[in-house]
Design a binder for this molecule. Structure first.
Ligand code: CU
Ligand code: CU
Ligand code: CU
Length: 359
């Protein structure tokens, strides 16, 4: 069981009450309860060769930990700010019905969480779908540049026929990085500061530091795209067309077929495709500048759909020696019981606070 999961079931008096409630109403089982601890930490993550970036990282990692629950569940998250700047957590896409103080917007729904303080968020996981969470303080810097985002996946009570067929899930969070501000926490992300993104990342990493999407023939693959950065992305599959099935977590009344999809800041699209064409196919951002690192092609937002059983040993294959990380897209974590999941490969290295702010 994940160390952050304090309890996933009601206890003591709560259990007795829930049991009584079920007896009285004879309705569906009471909502599960989840309680998690989350930190915000100053760390440096390796975005690309030659680019370490100072981030304010949920649980010390970018992306933040996966939170995976079911529609209607009750979620409690204790957020402790270990950095030296204020932050909040906004749960993007959630209704927060009669619960607006949990919306995570500083000066509107709460006072920002000061350094050293803990704030507890409690909310119902609704609606279902591909949601996400992010800081809502100085979003131009904290979200666009400092990696303050993570996935929140809420499984629906009534999945669509198409999503019931899914055998493998991949979470792809897309963002940009401005290398000029890598070591200037508290600054950057403003047009007046002439910043310009020169690196682009898939789950915080630029190609070739990204990872393959491993599938096997016959899989029904669900890609959950999340626009975590401040720029547009245009994701394109080779060798496959996909159904666009969900927009911002909501099932489309009429899924449609495409091979390229435009994704703006904050948006989510779920794509489902059949793995019916064994081989190695690139899956990339078609914004041509987004497949470069500091002006050099190839880089940025690129992954490769690798079919199991297709050899990867061509001596010219860019990933022939790739060390495979099966949870880079939270594929493995999404198959585990509901909970919050860190991923060790996403962790940064601690920042020497005595040296902060120096050039
Ligand atoms: Cu923040
Ligand atoms: Cu948002
Ligand atoms: Cu292409």
């Amino acid at each position: 069981m994940d160390k952050h999961v304090r309890s996933t079931s009601v206890t003591g008096l709560g259990a007795a009450l829930a049991f009584a409630l079920v007896l009285v109403t004879a309705g569906p089982a009471a909502a599960a309860k989840h309680e998690f601890d989350m930190t915000i930490e100053d760390v440096k993550v390796q975005v690309a060769d030659g680019l370490k970036y100072h981030v304010f990282a949920f649980n010390g990692q970018v992306p933040g930990p996966l939170i995976h629950v079911a529609e209607g569940d009750d979620v409690t998250v204790h957020v402790t700010n270990l950095t030296s700047l204020p932050h909040t957590v906004h749960w993007h896409g959630l209704f927060q019905k009669d619960n607006w103080r949990m919306d995570g917007v500083p000066s509107i729904t709460q006072k920002a969480i000061e350094p050293g303080d803990t704030f507890t968020y409690t909310f119902k996981a609704e609606p279902s779908g591909t949601m996400w969470y992010h800081c809502h303080v100085n979003v131009n810097e904290h979200v666009a540049l400092r990696g303050m985002w993570g996935p929140l996946i809420i499984d629906p009570k009534k999945p669509t026929d198409l999503e019931k067929r899914v055998t493998r899930n991949f979470v792809l969070m897309l963002s940009g990085w401005d290398s000029k501000y890598a070591d200037k926490p508290g600054f950057g992300g403003l047009p007046t500061e002439a910043g310009q993104m020169d690196y682009f990342g898939l789950n915080g990493r630029a190609f070739p530091g990204t990872q393959p999407m491993r599938v096997k023939k016959g899989d029904v693959v669900r890609v959950r795209l999340i626009g975590a950065g401040g720029e547009l992305h245009e994701m394109h599959t080779h060798g496959h067309t996909f159904w666009v099935t969900h927009k911002d977590g909501h099932p489309l009344p009429q899924p449609y077929k495409a091979d390229t999809i435009l994704l703006g800041p904050g948006e989510r699209y779920d794509l489902i495709f059949e793995a019916d064409n064994a081989g190695r196919f690139i899956f990339h951002d078609h914004m041509d500048t987004h497949v470069t690192n500091a002006g050099k092609y190839p880089g940025g937002i690129v992954t490769i759909v690798e079919y199991e059983g297709v050899p990867t040993d061509d001596d010219w294959y860019v990933w022939k020696d790739k060390v495979y990380d099966p949870d880079f897209f939270y594929t493995e974590s999404l198959e585990k019981p509901y909970g919050m999941y860190d991923h060790a490969e996403f962790k940064g290295e601690p920042v020497d606070k005595g040296r902060r702010g120096r050039k």
